[in-house]
Design a protein around this ligand. Structure first.
Ligand code: NAD
Length: 362
């Protein structure tokens, strides 16, 4: 069959390395930033302070109230600070929650953003913003949301706690897995997805064993970058829909939920996307993709059951209903009973159905 695809590259500037944060003020100058607001969570005030010092007299204020899922009331408070200090650019230093706040500010103001990611979530590479208002999470895509510049500094990830390193890394792998069977998949995104899964599958066990291993951290961050590009480039399917539902309606934690659901979502889709499953298995060095992902989660000590994340068994029916409510592209048709069975497997932390029970992690 003749190949046919569409590829649209997103405009972004990326710096990658060790100690790259030192280039922050030069990057701010390139974007014409003179009065910069530095964003962080309360837990990452120290790293925000480091960014503020590097910005020198370009630094005009800090906002350290970023929280998970970008609640609109937090964005409103940050926007007040933007107005009060005549801010003309934002620097977001942290994980997906802090990046999300920067994106929300940019959506309202079109201010330029520099993101300094310290997890593997990948949000910095996408024009997508998820926000919550009155407990309801909505997602939108807009060119204003895409950060102008991302500075990946491996040294800032050395202190990422082991548990979050594992789940955030699996969250990243989920982007690349779904990119391989996306309806708008294309050769460039497939190449980088395959590369990303391999890099993370090699790096994460080493990170968990020795969190200060700079080479392993660099490989993990490199893989996470590519996963973020894949997430921003093509549409996601069942896995992201399930995680969105579980996070938004049952308040389950983001990265952990991705870690638990991924092997099950892939086991569900693999029969309808055999080439993608083969590429994932190949990248993992496993005989079966879903079993390989399950084995990787076990090797990393990541949670493997929704029960462990606080999900209640009585909510599985509603979760299955919500996940099947709206139609969206997915390689395998959404069958409510099969999705319910998938969630049940994930709830109990079973090996993914249809996958060989045992697969050796490398
Ligand atoms: P997070 O940003 O909420 O970070 C979790 C905690 O870890 C925070 O307290 C944070 O301060 C801390 N932390 C982060 N990096 C650290 C480091 N290096 N050292 C020590 N502590 C550190 O978690 P996350 O998983 O990165 O992001 C989750 C959020 O990102 C969710 O709201 C999710 O919806 C969003 N997200 C959005 C996209 C998108 O494209 N829109 C993509 C991925 C994730």
């Amino acid at each position: 069959m003749t190949r046919s695809f569409t590829f649209g590259g997103l405009p972004m500037r990326v710096l990658f390395g060790h100690g790259t944060l030192d280039q922050l003020s030069a990057e701010a100058d390139l974007l014409g930033m003179r009065r910069v607001l530095v964003l962080s969570t309360p837990q990452q005030r120290d790293q925000a302070g480091q960014a503020a010092r590097l910005l020198g007299d370009r630094h005009a204020g800090n906002f350290d109230g970023a929280v998970m899922h970008t609640p609109t009331e937090v964005t409103e408070r940050a926007l007040e600070t933007v107005r009060a200090h005549a801010i003309d650019g934002v620097v977001a230093i942290g994980g997906g929650s802090t990046t999300g706040l920067g994106k929300a500010i940019a959506l309202h103001t079109d201010l330029p953003q520099i993101v300094v990611p310290t997890t593997y979530a990948g949000s910095e590479m996408t024009p997508i913003l998820g926000q919550t208002e009155n407990g309801l999470k909505t997602t939108q895509r807009d060119p204003r949301i895409l950060p102008e510049t991302t500075i990946y500094d491996v040294s800032l990830t050395l202190g990422l706690p082991v548990a979050l390193s594992a789940t955030s890394g699996l969250n990243a792998i989920a982007h690349a897995v779904e990119a391989l069977y996306a309806p708008d998949a294309n050769p460039i995104v497939s190449l980088l997805s395959r590369e990303a899964i391999g890099a993370l599958a090699r790096a994460l066990p080493a990170v968990v064993d020795a969190p200060g291993d700079v080479e392993a951290r660099a490989d993990a961050l490199y893989g996470a970058w590519l996963c973020g590009v894949a997430l921003g480039a093509v549409g996601m399917g069942l896995h992201h829909k399930l995680c969105h539902t579980l996070g938004g309606s049952f308040d389950l934690p983001h990265a952990e939920t991705h870690a638990v659901v991924l092997p099950h979502a892939l086991a569900y889709n693999a029969p309808a996307a055999p080439e993608a499953a083969r590429l994932v298995a190949d990248a993992l060095g496993a005989a079966d993709a879903a079993a390989g992902l399950h084995a990787l989660a076990l090797r990393l000590g990541a949670p493997i059951s929704l029960a462990a994340l606080g999900m209640r068994e009585g909510d599985l029916d509603r979760a299955a209903d919500l996940a099947c409510r709206a139609a969206y592209p997915n390689p395998r048709t959404l069958a409510r009973d099969a999705i319910r069975a998938l969630l049940e497997d994930a709830f109990h932390g079973r090996a993914p159905s249809g996958a060989p029970a045992r697969e050796q992690a490398r």
